[in-house]
Ligand binder design. Structure first.
Ligand code: SIN
Ligand code: CO
Length: 380
């Protein structure tokens, strides 16, 4: 089943994306929740699942981290359970990302789902990433303001950042099931549940310079690419041994910037962009081409993109996934494109025409063995 997003994508991209908050009423017609609150609450009992409960007790904020044993202590109202990356744990939730694939796959972070009790919310705050918030069951009162520079933040609890001052809302609305907010990074917002409410946040990652530089540098050093090495500027004297002059600093900065400018970073960047948010699951046993050929003969097999896997094709004719790269050839190109496009589970047999060459069979096995794809028996 695919979800239909009612949005004029052209005007959204030219007027709103990364600029202006938007309220899109009826973004999803007849929206049915993708999880029940009980299932979400059950997921947050599990080890390895990133979850929090944020509680507002008459202005006193508490944050508790999962895994939880029970929710009894939180009482009837005034709290929210937030669970990160639910798309990786509950594959049905992955389908909520598909309508947003008019944006690049590598930018997608995850689907966070929150369940708020009456009056539950996380307080007025800013996020450093762009997010679409879809209202599921229940209703929630949202206020969203224009992007602010220099907003003062404070921590009412060590694990919670909120805005110190109130903001002028340009969206002030009660969201009903299927309505959606788009909130660009840096826009203040606050949502308070009017009744038990589920919200789905499709978030986009936006690494800052340090995060991106660190990841690309890490990738470059693993690739063992030959890189320029620092040399002092010629000088008759370097001055006092402990003193670093402005000229020396400029020389180091110049070295850093010019050697980065001279280095082809594309491959390292593509490896980083293809990394999944969390490690993909380990595979049991390695799939061989002969076994794949047998599977292709069977009708009940499905090919599945591992939730959270990013599959990208670079301008250098290489396929990237999970921080690994595969060169493409005329024999593998069409299969690679089909796999990169694949979102919903698909009968494996439909890929048979693209798997006629041994090279594409080997690529398919490699991707299964890297846990980027999975082949499963169709359940009725
Ligand atoms: C929530 O879903 O409770 C909070 C989402 C947000 O404001 O970022
Ligand atoms: Co937020």
């Amino acid at each position: 089943m695919s979800l239909q997003l009612n949005l004029d994508i052209q005007s959204f991209l030219s007027e709103a994306w990364q600029r202006q908050p938007r309220l899109i009423r009826g973004a999803f017609t007849h929206f049915n929740d993708l999880v029940e609150p009980e299932i979400l609450a059950g997921l947050a009992l599990e080890e390895g699942v990133d979850s929090r409960v944020i509680q507002n007790d008459n202005g006193t904020w508490q944050v508790s981290h999962g895994p939880f044993e029970s929710y009894d202590e939180f009482g009837e109202d005034g709290w929210t359970l937030l669970v990160q990356s639910v798309n990786e744990w509950i594959p049905e939730v992955q389908q909520l990302i598909a309508p947003f694939r008019f944006l690049p796959d590598w930018r997608i972070d995850d689907v966070m789902i929150s369940f708020a009790t009456e009056n539950g919310g996380v307080g007025p705050h800013l996020d450093q990433y762009d997010v679409f918030i879809i209202q599921g069951g229940g209703t929630r009162h949202w206020q969203v303001g224009e992007r602010v520079n220099n907003a003062t933040e404070f921590c009412p609890h060590p694990d919670l950042k909120q805005l110190k001052d109130s903001f002028e809302p340009i969206i002030d609305a009660v969201l009903e099931p299927g309505d959606m907010l788009y909130i660009p990074a840096g826009c203040p917002h606050n949502g308070v549940a009017l009744e038990p409410s589920l919200n789905y946040s499709v978030g986009f990652r936006a690494p800052n310079t340090a995060e991106l530089a660190a990841a690309v540098a890490d990738s470059l050093s693993q690739l063992e690419v030959p890189l320029p090495r620092y040399r002092d500027a010629e000088a008759k004297s370097y001055g006092q041994p402990f003193a670093v002059s402005t000229a020396q600093l400029n020389h180091v900065r110049e070295f850093l910037l010019s050697s980065l400018a001279q280095t082809d970073l594309s491959h390292a960047m593509l490896l980083v962009m293809s990394q999944s948010k969390r490690p993909l699951p380990q595979v049991e046993g390695l799939l061989q081409a002969e076994e794949l050929a047998q599977m292709l003969e069977e009708t009940a097999m499905l090919i599945v993109r591992t939730p959270g896997a990013r599959i990208l094709i670079g301008p250098n004719n290489m396929l990237y996934a999970n921080g690994e790269a595969w060169p493409l050839t005329d024999n593998t190109q069409a299969f690679a494109e089909a796999i990169a496009e694949l979102w919903d589970d698909q009968p494996l047999a439909t890929l048979a025409p693209l798997l006629q060459h041994q090279e594409s069979m080997v690529l398919c096995c490699d991707l299964v063995n890297a846990s980027v794809l999975d082949i499963v028996v169709q359940q009725d």
